[in-house]
Design a protein around this ligand. Structure first.
Ligand code: HEC
Length: 484
């Protein structure tokens, strides 16, 4: 409150000054009042850390916030977006968990931006500005030269306007042996048009999926995730000893979500991969998993029942079908959990998903995925002793943002720990993204249908690795405790 009062005083003073010296008006930029926050001193450091990765020329974001000139016209909107916590996109309860690359603002930082705007959005002294943050060109590889570069062969035309579209292109990367990925980066040609993109790796027939950490209750499909581009992320760098794997003979599948932005353009994005040296076998292999009962677990744990249901459904559905064939929305369709995701009109509903970890594991990240009605999702661990621990609580979910929350220290869990998600869908008119609160919504892959997936990146461990990691963490905890 004190700050607000003082600021009102400052504005009054500046006004009085310009009245008295009206022949030579004093601009805010030249003479900031002593106490008012200024762009150069108070706002720029925040913006450099939390906004500029996206808000700079040549990205998907609508405007640059590199300097005062660029930012000034957006001052009001900046205040509105940071106080509502829509920007930066980091839509979780910040008091739970610690994350890598966390751009979120403290309450104090939000207050500084608001006070800067309320105080007239002045520039301040040039000498107060921190040196500009430098960014590597977004058409070059950030971490050096990749060993393998795979580019879309045909690419896609993005018209000046029209609806978003999500095409796919398959490319053979020519992998003649298994290799482990140290880092991976995507570079699109048409940065502005790419909302987000994936490169999936379709596995060759006969791959030992369990050996890869797949097919144990969470993946029914036949592909690994190599990288997701978007929401400020264009590269994944794995710590030493941790890797994604590329199997000999695997095929790449580019899937890009394009967003027309007013200028026709063309994109042939490429993905660059740095491998671990030949012969080095990292002991942690990361795979992506969806927490979803009704598909994965039922599938693996209860195959007979599923096959029986499929027969009764009478649809021609492939046993490996990863998504819903048109017209197959049947209450008991177990492949798609339709019976488990039912969102009546004008209601707010919750759905749960469970995944008992088949092996000890490190949980590396969490990404909630829902569509327009999605409003919240919690990921919690139910420990073997029944204790429940919330790992991440997405309190302000927005489907426009596919943010991956990467844990600063991956969670270490024994086999049998249950990962549990609770998703909330708000199908009322209070949800400003809801296209139609009168519709009854079920599971489906179209944007007007719904999903309730928790995606998580996991590195499975052997029992011995688990014990080793546990001992290491206990020792570290002891040292920190002793220091305090
Ligand atoms: C991860 C990328 C990313 C980060 C980080 C980010 N923004 Fe944004 N911002 C966007 C994109 C993309 C849009 C346009 C789409 C939207 O509004 O959802 C946007 C929209 C905005 C808008 C609304 C613009 C308009 O058209 O009205 C404002 C204001 C804004 N951001 C301010 C900020 C501020 C301030 C920060 C840092 C505190 C920040 N953003 C951090 C990507 C980002």
């Amino acid at each position: 409150m004190v700050t607000v009062k003082r600021l009102t005083g400052v504005v009054g003073l500046a006004l009085a000054a310009s009245l008295v010296f009206s022949a030579e008006p004093v601009t805010h930029a030249q003479a900031p009042a002593a106490q008012a926050p200024t762009f150069n001193k108070d706002v720029l450091p925040i913006v450099q850390r939390s906004c500029q990765t996206c808000h700079r020329p040549g990205t998907h974001a609508p405007m640059s916030l590199l300097n005062y000139r660029d930012a000034r016209p957006w001052a009001r909107s900046m205040k509105q977006k940071v106080t509502s916590r829509e920007m930066p996109p980091w839509h979780i309860d910040r008091s739970i968990g610690e994350y890598l690359e966390d751009p979120s603002l403290s309450d104090k930082e939000v207050a500084s931006i608001a006070a800067w705007v309320d105080g007239g959005a002045v520039e301040g002294r040039a000498s107060d500005a921190p040196p500009p943050r430098t960014f590597s060109s977004n058409s070059e590889w950030t971490y050096g030269q990749p060993d393998l570069i795979v580019r879309m062969e045909k690419g896609f035309k993005i018209p000046a306007d029209g609806p978003d579209f999500i095409p796919e292109e398959h490319v053979d990367p020519g992998l003649t042996e298994d290799r482990y990925v140290k880092w991976v980066q995507i570079i699109p040609d048409a940065h502005r048009a790419v909302h987000h993109a994936h490169v999936y790796v379709d596995l060759p027939e006969g791959t030992d999926k369990e050996g890869l950490g797949m097919g144990m209750g969470s993946n029914v499909g036949n592909s690994l995730d190599l990288i997701e581009y978007g929401a400020g992320n264009d590269a994944d760098v794995f710590p030493d000893g941790t890797a994604k794997i590329l199997k000999k003979g695997a095929q790449f599948r580019f899937e890009a979500h394009y967003h027309p932005y007013g200028e026709a353009t063309f994109d042939r994005m490429r993905v660059g991969i740095k491998f671990y040296p030949k012969g080095v076998v990292p002991n942690r292999v990361v795979t992506s998993h969806r927490i979803r009962t009704g598909v994965g677990n039922d599938w693996v744990l209860n195959r007979e029942r599923i096959e029986d249901l499929l027969l009764r459904v009478g649809e021609k559905i492939s046993i490996d079908e990863p998504s819903m064939p048109t017209g197959a929305l049947i209450a008991e369709n177990p492949l798609h959990a339709a019976a488990l995701l039912s969102i009546p009109p004008n209601s707010v509903v919750q759905h749960e998903r469970f995944w008992p970890l088949p092996k000890p594991a490190l949980i590396i990240s969490f990404q909630p995925h829902m569509h327009f009605r999605g409003s919240k999702m919690i990921l919690e661990a139910i420990h073997p002793d029944g204790r429940r621990e919330v790992l991440t609580s997405a309190t302000q979910y927005e489907q426009n943002w596919q943010v991956t929350y990467k844990y600063k220290t991956p969670h270490l869990f024994p086999a049998g720990t249950i990962l549990h998600t609770v998703s909330t869908h708000d199908n009322t008119a209070n949800n400003k993204h809801n296209p139609d609160p009168t519709a009854w919504i079920g599971w489906g892959s179209r944007t007007m249908d719904e999903m309730g997936h928790g995606w998580t990146d996991v590195a499975f461990l052997s029992d011995a690795q688990y014990q080793e990691e546990l001992a290491l963490r206990r020792a570290q905890r002891k040292t920190t405790d002793a220091r305090q």
